[in-house]
Design a protein around this ligand. Structure first.
Ligand SMILES: Cc1cc2nc3c(=O)[nH]c(=O)nc-3n(C[C@H](O)[C@H](O)[C@H](O)COP(=O)(O)OP(=O)(O)OC[C@H]3O[C@@H](n4cnc5c(N)ncnc54)[C@H](O)[C@@H]3O)c2cc1C
Length: 454
């Protein structure tokens, strides 16, 4: 049965879908959001267990645009907490500031190592002029800007763990999004002298909602349903039906029945690769092949409740070492005391993997056991203090910027651009390395465009 209840259907209730929908619904536009998870928030949701709240990988809010922060405060109905950021990285058995503050690290590296870093930077900078036209891989990007010594010690190990690829196969775009500084000298100027607008990687404090990042999504959802919108949770979009140059409807499955929802406008925030594979009639093999070449990295979070006052002082600790199964750990209590029970603490341990690889398919018990015994070996945690644990698996967590991904993405965008009533949005929906503030900003702009554009 084909139903047309609302003129707008939004696919996905992450921050992208929720932002555009809340702007539209509050301005009287009738709409329906369809979300496959049983809750809103997508990557930026929080989960609660036994009185403890966890983000799925700590989410800090940071923006150079004041209106974005004010928008979030308006949604929450109160001011955000300002949290001091202190992060470290464990390299060769020693903890360092993270992100690397190259020149300030030199005294602790020692004179010899400091000179090696500077010499390798100077020789790489000299090559940069000749090689800038051919600046395609992350390896090239990082070596030419920071020198081979810094690249090998700081950038390479974590990047390869994060992306699951050698740096020579990762696009330079990853560096521009993730590192956010142009070279060693700029890093020194920004991090040591603290002048100018800091790139987000180097921000020394961030905003955070006291009851977890997921409260932004739940408050947006309230606004949508109090406005002119409805949210269908636990409903998977199974087909996107089109004719000529328009999307006509989506087929959704709530686990017990299927319904076809028709609308005039469709906003998609689901992975762009899923979107093209759900098109009915099916699309050309060349576009499907391009989609098959775009990959998202998945995440498994091991969440631990710990019977101790405190475990770390950090916002995050990064673990690039290949022998350590996890990439990052954070202690929610250091972000807000309201995320834990009094006198106790918790940890969120992030393991990056590919969907359906050995880690993704490993049992919860095996992963939890490995993580706890490693944390104990690293003297971060006494394993007897863990009183409860659970595991969350998150698909499509990071777009993987493999060399050449821009060409594959361009093919998908070109194909989808024929549908005049289809709008793509969000990090997952656009295959962008966007943080929450960028997704929120794009969501607001998209709503304005739909309401007031030509
Ligand atoms: C580990 C981690 C840490 C991060 N830390 C930060 C941080 O510190 N600061 C920051 O600003 N940003 C951070 N981010 C980025 C931030 O999470 C994202 O920018 C933002 O949440 C993306 O929102 P979105 O709506 O674009 O995508 P998503 O949240 O992915 O939303 C897409 C939604 O579509 C749904 N969906 C998918 N397929 C279907 C289907 N077939 N039918 C129906 N629904 C479907 C999904 O369930 C999901 O809810 C982090 C991300 C990760 C993974």
């Amino acid at each position: 049965m084909k139903i047309k209840q609302n003129p707008i259907v939004v696919l996905g209730a992450g921050l992208g879908g929720l932002t555009v929908a809340s702007e539209l619904a509050e301005n009287g536009r009738a709409l329906t959001i369809v979300e496959s998870n049983p809750c809103v928030g997508g990557l930026a949701r929080s989960v609660g267990k036994n009185g403890f709240t966890f983000d799925l990988g700590g989410h800090r809010l940071y923006s150079n645009k004041k209106w974005v922060i004010s928008k979030v405060e308006d949604i929450l109905g109160h001011e955000l907490r300002l949290v001091r950021r202190k992060s470290r990285i464990l390299l060769a058995g020693k903890y360092w500031d993270y992100p690397p503050r190259p020149l300030s690290a030199i005294p602790s590296l020692g004179f010899r190592e400091g000179m090696k870093i500077l010499t390798s930077y100077v020789s790489s900078a000299a090559r940069l002029n000749h090689a800038s036209q051919n600046n395609a891989s992350f390896e090239h990007w990082a070596v030419s800007r920071f020198g081979s010594r810094m690249y090998e010690s700081f950038f390479r190990p974590y990047t390869e763990k994060a992306c699951g690829l050698p740096c020579s196969e990762i696009s330079a775009e990853w560096g521009m999004g993730r590192v956010g500084i142009r070279n060693l000298l700029e890093a020194a100027r920004k991090a040591v002298l603290k002048r100018g607008n800091l790139p987000r990687t180097y921000a020394s404090q961030f905003y955070y909602p006291e009851k977890g990042i997921g409260t932004i999504a739940t408050k947006m959802a309230q606004r949508i349903t109090q406005g002119n919108g409805r949210i269908l949770l636990g409903c998977e979009v199974e087909e996107v039906r089109w004719d000529q140059e328009a999307i006509e409807s989506v087929l959704i499955n709530n686990g017990s029945s299927r319904v076809e929802l028709a609308a005039d406008q469709f906003i998609s925030t689901i992975p762009i690769t899923s979107l093209v594979s759900l098109m009915r009639p099916g699309i050309t093999p060349a576009v499907l092949e391009a989609a098959a070449n775009l990959k998202y990295r998945a995440l498994v979070c091991i969440l631990l409740i710990v019977n101790a006052e405190s475990v770390t002082n950090d916002s995050w600790i990064y673990f690039p070492d290949k022998d350590i199964i996890f990439a990052r750990v954070h202690e929610p209590k250091n972000w807000s005391e309201k995320l834990v029970e009094k006198g106790k603490t918790s940890l969120c341990v992030e393991i990056l993997c590919d969907q359906d690889d050995g880690i993704w398919r490993a049992t919860n018990e095996l992963l939890t056991e490995k993580v706890i015994s490693l944390l104990s070996r690293l003297q971060i945690l006494n394993e007897d203090k863990v009183t409860f644990s659970f595991v969350e698996r998150i698909p499509n967590a990071y777009p993987v910027f493999k060399l050449g991904h821009q060409n594959h993405l361009a093919k998908l965008l070109d194909y989808l651009s024929r549908f005049k009533n289809l709008h793509l949005l969000g990090r997952t929906g656009m295959f962008k390395y966007w943080s929450m503030d960028q997704v929120i900003e794009e969501g607001v702009l998209k709503a304005q465009d739909l309401m007031y554009g030509d």
